[in-house]
Design a protein around this ligand. Structure first.
Ligand SMILES: [Zn+2]
Length: 258
């Protein structure tokens, strides 16, 4: 029969193996997604569906931690004594950490793939179209991802510009992903403040609320402003977006405090 030390050692080994496999899986996933993006001639949504499949597999790997603990490790340890209570936290600690790493990885991956997509589509999109009437070159608004009605400066004819599907797609969520990626540091600061708040016992000191509120608004302001850099029309939505986020914040604080 294994000793206490052997069981702990085996348990630690198992956790290390899971973490290594997790890290390898992420590396492979990133390489596979980049490759597929090129192979599909930048079909972002096909790549994203593949990623969802890979992610489900990685989530199963994370679930294995709790399963193994409950089905194998805990019963064996219990048989030998009380030390299992000191070992059980390791399963939650690792699965929480990997779950949050997986979300962070996804944000970064979406950001990188979106930036590749954006650069690729921008590079192959003409910045001008010839006027249908006089053939003069009419400039396209490269930060507006929909049909455009462009007046020719020479003959005043209104030309309709219908962008490619991929150019349209930039305006769907490609820019949102890029903006989220570019403001990652603010997002992480918000997450840290949120976690600090979550760990407090009630009643929570005002200081923690102040920190979270500050980080929350810093993130959303940075994110919405970043989006405007890529999408001219996002500027018109800025005030409404911030109003919505303010309401969400106030609702959240009210629920949490009561
Ligand atoms: Zn013209």
């Amino acid at each position: 029969m294994p000793t206490k030390e052997e069981l702990i050692h085996r348990w630690d080994n198992f956790l290390t193996k899971i973490e290594n496999r997790f890290n390898e899986s992420l590396e492979q996933a990133e390489a596979a997604c980049f490759e597929q993006l090129h192979e599909t001639d930048f079909d972002y949504y096909t790549v994203f569906r593949s990623w969802q499949g890979i992610k489900a597999q990685i989530q199963l790997l994370i679930q294995k931690i709790h399963e193994t603990w409950h089905q194998k490790v805990e019963p064996e340890m219990r048989y030998l004594g009380d030390f299992w209570t000191d070992e059980s936290y390791k399963s939650s600690e690792l699965s929480d950490r990997l779950t949050s790493d997986l979300e962070a990885f996804q944000r970064t991956l979406e950001g990188k793939l979106s930036l590749l997509f954006y650069n690729h589509v921008m590079a192959k999109t003409d910045e001008h179209i010839p006027c249908s009437q006089c053939n003069a070159m009419v400039a396209i608004n490269m930060a507006m991802f929909r049909a455009q009605y462009l007046t020719c400066a020479y003959c005043n004819t209104v030309n309709t510009y219908e962008p490619t599907t991929q150019f349209h797609q930039i305006g769907w969520n490609i820019i949102d992903n890029i903006a989220a990626h570019n403001t990652k540091a603010y997002f992480e600061a918000m997450e840290t403040a949120s976690e600090a708040l979550r760990l407090q016992r009630k009643p929570v000191a005002q200081h923690y609320w102040n920190q979270y509120k500050k980080a929350y608004f810093q993130y959303y302001e940075a994110y919405f402003k970043e989006r405007i850099k890529y999408n001219a029309e996002a500027a018109d939505r800025y005030e409404d977006d911030m109003k919505r986020k303010t309401k969400e914040y106030n609702d959240y604080e009210q629920i949490q405090r009561n």
